[in-house]
Design a protein around this ligand. Structure first.
Ligand SMILES: [Ca+2]
Length: 450
């Protein structure tokens, strides 16, 4: 049955491509003087197009959804039924609107607390409690039973205007012995704001952050309140990987392509803030050695694949252009030169391109957008169906997207917790195998096998 579905998708995709090519060919022919004078050729081409459309319709009408996408199948038609924002075609089958999915195994959803204040990033402490950032600039401890601590003291001031605030957070791999915590935030500087990385030592009683220092500033500064990124993680070699944004305004977008700017980048550093060994631009005089990948817009989610160990990211695109990317060091992810989105006002971005040699295609994109935020791969054995799936928080879309990925392609998409009507901001997998997600509305959810 699944083979049948794939074939139907393949057929529809190929028909779309053919229609586009024919459309382009007709436009080309009509613009040619030689053929413009040949009215019979025009009628002939129109007749071919009509016959083609008739065949397409009759083919589509034979696709009885109830028959093919029966309830017993885990794969369904794509869940996104709204009109796309643009008429761009994907570069390959499955790059957008993958088949829909529904989890068969029972799972339980519980609300740990509804009293958080705009939480942004979350990490789990070794004994099972959580440390989280709040947009306003506070950091707190939340117990598994939902007790929320007073703000931890000693956190440097943030600029929380617009999309700024206390952002991503992660623990040192040796936290048990050194109690070090790392986080990103939007910092006030002389000539504007920027995304900074700080580290501190959490006191034994969890009340104070001590010896706080800022180890990295993603310059240049800019007087703006948008697109700071930012998530932060440790990789398997003990180095920090974190993300920035390109500060949104048109005048700033070129920074994403500029290797002498830290904006619109994924950056990899040592715990002292210096470029990490093995980085792709270490030996180039025209690039910052801490840059890991570039051409990003506003990276909101980072996660390492549990099997391949590769870094994946999601980023806010313009209208209709949110992306999921598999990150390879040194590669260019295209913004603002290529994108599947359009400007919020409806015009094209730049030259309106979705492809360019030397720039990476997203693994997947959403049009209309998901508004992605934090994400995690699921690696527990508790929900066998979910093993190695990617869970991405959705803000405006009010759900968590579950993506099934095979051979680095998305082959299925499910919407989890869509009836909760929350803006999901971050998600992690706990040491107990459950997923924990926080929302802008102040909730923390626990999602685990029933
Ligand atoms: Ca891109």
């Amino acid at each position: 049955m699944n083979v049948c579905i794939v074939k139907v998708y393949e057929k529809i995709f190929n028909l779309q491509i053919n229609m586009k090519i024919m459309d382009l060919e007709l436009n080309y022919i009509y613009s040619s003087d030689m053929y413009n004078n040949n009215v019979y050729m025009k009628y002939f081409k129109n007749a071919v197009l009509l016959i083609f459309l008739f065949c397409f319709n009759s083919c589509a009408s034979r696709v009885n959804e109830n028959e093919i996408f029966s309830e017993s199948d885990s794969l369904m038609p794509p869940l996104e039924r709204r009109k796309p924002e643009s008429d761009f075609l994907p570069a390959f089958k499955g790059q957008t609107r993958a088949p829909g999915l529904k989890t068969k195994q029972n799972y339980k959803v519980s609300i740990i607390t509804s009293d958080l204040q705009r939480p942004w990033g979350i990490a789990e402490l070794p004994e099972g409690n959580f440390i989280l950032t709040e947009k306003s600039g506070h950091m707190r401890i939340v117990s598994k039973s939902g007790n929320i601590s007073e703000p931890i003291s000693g956190i440097p001031e943030v600029n929380s205007s617009g999309q700024g605030g206390l952002l991503g957070i992660t623990l040192d791999p040796d936290f048990k012995s050194n109690r070090k915590v790392y986080w990103t935030f939007s910092e006030n500087r002389m000539n504007g704001t920027l995304t900074s990385v700080a580290k501190g030592t959490l006191s034994a009683d969890y009340r104070n952050m001590e010896n706080v220092i800022i180890i990295y500033r993603a310059t240049p500064e800019y007087k703006g309140i948008l697109h700071y990124g930012s998530r932060i993680l440790f990789d398997s070699t003990g180095h920090i990987v974190f993300s920035t944004g390109e500060r949104s305004d048109k005048v700033m977008r070129h920074h994403s392509q500029n290797l002498n700017s830290s904006l619109g980048k994924i950056i990899r550093i040592n715990t002292d803030g210096k470029a990490a060994p093995g980085n792709p631009f270490l030996n180039r005089s025209d690039a910052r050695p801490e840059i890991y990948s570039y051409g990003h817009r506003n990276v909101q989610g980072l996660a390492f694949h549990p099997v391949s160990g590769e870094l994946w990211e999601n980023e806010f695109g313009p209208r209709g252009g949110d992306e999921l990317n598999r990150i390879e060091p040194g590669k260019n992810y295209g913004w603002p030169v290529i994108t599947y989105g359009i400007e919020y006002m409806g015009s094209k971005v730049g030259d309106g391109l979705t492809f360019m040699a030397g720039m990476e295609q997203p693994v997947y994109y959403w049009d209309p957008v998901l508004s992605p935020s934090g994400m995690t791969f699921y690696s527990s054995d508790d929900m066998k169906e979910w093993k190695n799936n990617l869970f991405i928080c959705g803000l405006n879309s009010n759900h968590i997207a579950r993506l099934v990925i095979e051979n680095n392609k998305v082959i299925g998409e499910e919407r989890i917790l869509e009836n909760e009507k929350q803006r999901f901001r971050d998600i992690i997998q706990g040491n107990d195998g459950a997923l924990y997600s926080i929302t802008d509305e102040g909730r923390m959810y626990r999602i685990n096998a029933d």
